[in-house]
Each structure stands twice: as structure tokens, then as C-alpha cells.
Ligand binder design. Structure first.
Ligand SMILES: Cc1cc2nc3c(=O)[nH]c(=O)nc-3n(C[C@H](O)[C@H](O)[C@H](O)COP(=O)(O)OP(=O)(O)OC[C@H]3O[C@@H](n4cnc5c(N)ncnc54)[C@H](O)[C@@H]3O)c2cc1C
Length: 144
């Protein structure tokens, strides 16, 4: 069959969809899904952990984006990006930070590592200033 066998998760109804082309857009699961369809096992995708912290307005004061090494100087970097800055009040940006790195075992929670790097750059910033955080895996390409 060219198409897909799908199940409506709401009703449980299973049916087939026929198509000339099927696009596999399943993110970090794309290669696993391709294998389900009988495709060759390929491991070009390397899930990479991404974490965002959002800081309260006025706590991380920058009007420019900043790239900085992690506090541990272990080859990882954080990005500090002003977010939803009104422009008219540059002293009160709401920066968010994003860390990108390859997954590795660590005794230190990722958010703590980011926070240490931000606090090293912006005096007085602490975990009390974090108003939101989220994390997930991104589909980066392996270098192999
Ligand atoms: C914390 C974090 C921060 C990020 N920040 C940025 C950023 O600032 N800028 C940027 O450009 N990118 C960012 N990214 C990366 C970006 O989110 C991803 O690159 C992008 O979402 C990938 O899109 P996609 O459509 O390929 O996959 P996804 O968005 O992952 O979508 C895949 C979909 O396939 C579905 N699916 C999987 N398997 C199956 C299956 N068997 N059957 C049916 N459905 C299935 C999933 O449920 C999902 O809905 C970030 C990622 C994370 C985790």
C-alpha cells in the first residue's frame, strides 16, 4: 500500500489513507517511524536536549542577544534573548535563555547549570527570578 494505516485516537476507528507521497514529519521519531514502514535503519538524527528559562522583567537586563559559555566551561553555551521587550522601556526586557548542547549524564539539573551561567553575567539573578521553564528534545543531525 502507498499511504498510511491510521487510527483515530478519539474514536478508535482504524482506516487506510492512500496517497502518491507520504511525508514523514515526526521530528525526533522520524527514523523510528521510517523503520515501522520497512525503511532501512538509519541513525542520522541525534536528539539533543533543549531548555528554556524565562526571567521576570527587569531581572536580566540586556537589550542585545548574548551568547556565553556555561558556568562549568565545559564546551556548552547559553543564549540570552530579550523577549517581548516593549522597545520603549529598554530597562525592562524579559529575556529568556536557551541552552543547546548534546545530552550527557550530569549530577546537576540542567536548569541549575543555565541559572549559574546567567547569574555569573547578571549579578543578583537567582532561581526566584525564573517565572517559567520548559525542556524537550530537538532533532539535530549527527556528525557521523
Ligand atoms: C526546549 C526547546 C526549544 C527549542 N527552541 C527552538 C528555537 O528557539 N528555534 C528553533 O528554530 N527551534 C527550536 N527548537 C526546535 C524545534 O522545536 C524543532 O526543531 C521543531 O519542532 C521540529 O519540528 P518537526 O515538525 O520536525 O517535529 P515536531 O515538532 O517534533 O513534530 C513531530 C510530530 O510528529 C508526531 N509523531 C511522532 N511520532 C508519531 C507517530 N508514530 N504517529 C503519529 N504522529 C507522530 C509528534 O507527536 C509531533 O506532533 C526547540 C526545541 C526544544 C525542545
Amino acid at each position: 500500500m502507498t499511504g498510511a494505516a491510521v487510527t483515530d485516537e478519539m474514536t478508535g476507528q482504524a482506516f487506510e489513507v492512500r496517497a502518491r507521497t507520504v511525508v514523514n514529519a515526526t521530528g525526533i521519531w522520524a527514523e523510528r517511524v521510517a523503520e515501522l514502514a520497512g525503511g532501512p535503519a538509519a541513525w542520522h538524527l541525534r536528539p539533543s536536549k533543549g531548555v528554556h528559562l524565562v526571567f521576570a522583567p527587569g531581572t536580566v537586563r540586556t537589550t542585545a542577544a548574548v551568547v556565553a559559555p556555561s558556568a562549568a566551561r565545559d564546551g556548552r553555551y547559553i543564549f540570552i534573548v530579550p523577549w517581548e521587550d516593549t522597545g520603549s522601556t529598554p530597562a525592562r526586557p524579559t529575556p529568556r535563555t536557551r541552552a543547546t548542547w548534546t545530552p550527557r549524564r550530569s549530577a546537576t539539573p540542567t536548569g541549575t547549570t543555565i541559572l549559574a551561567a546567567v547569574a555569573g553575567l547578571f549579578t543578583g539573578v537567582s532561581d526566584r527570578d525564573v517565572v517559567a521553564s520548559w525542556a524537550g528534545l530537538r532533532p539535530l543531525l549527527s556528525q557521523g
